[in-house]
Design a protein around this ligand. Structure first.
Ligand SMILES: [Fe+2]
Length: 154
């Protein structure tokens, strides 16, 4: 397994932690395909899911930061866009026939874990305060509505 999820990556925001774990699962799915014969199609499918799910997660996370009134949203949004741009560029190189899986895995692993431990951690306190203040029921309907709005995959 490429990345073993550890408590150190938990922000204590259940809905976000669940999404981060899903991204880690997709990275591990990609890792499992390394060196397998006829992996191209599998890599293509996982890459598609990874791009799609990551973009959805970023949109959701940004909506949550905005709702919580987080001031550094613009900078955070910019980092998300940079990452999406890199990921899509690597996906295009893969589609053009290049073997990009190893550099891709290194980039994904390094970026995601650093991002969680630094930039995501930076919004955590404010988002948690917002969550504690809004009440379970209203939070639940906000989460449901925004999952529907931003995610194509469950
Ligand atoms: Fe983020």
């Amino acid at each position: 397994m490429r990345i073993v999820w550890s408590q150190e990556y938990e922000l204590g925001i259940v809905v976000i932690d669940r999404q981060h774990r899903r991204i880690v699962d997709l990275i591990n799915d990609l890792d499992r395909l390394v060196g397998l014969p006829d992996a191209r199609q599998g890599v293509e499918r996982v890459l598609y899911d990874l791009v799609d799910y990551t973009e959805s997660h970023f949109d959701f996370e940004e909506a949550l930061m905005e709702r919580a009134g987080y001031q550094e949203l613009d900078g955070h949004h910019h980092l998300h866009r940079q990452f999406t741009f890199h990921l899509e560029a690597l996906r295009q190189r893969h589609l053009a026939g290049e073997d990009v899986v190893e550099p891709l895995l290194r980039m994904l692993e390094k970026w995601l874990l650093n991002h969680i431990l630094e930039e995501d951690l930076a919004y955590t306190e404010q988002v948690r305060d917002f969550i504690n203040g809004i009440g379970k029921e209203r939070l639940g309907s906000w989460v449901n509505e925004n999952v529907r709005r931003h995610f194509r995959q469950a």
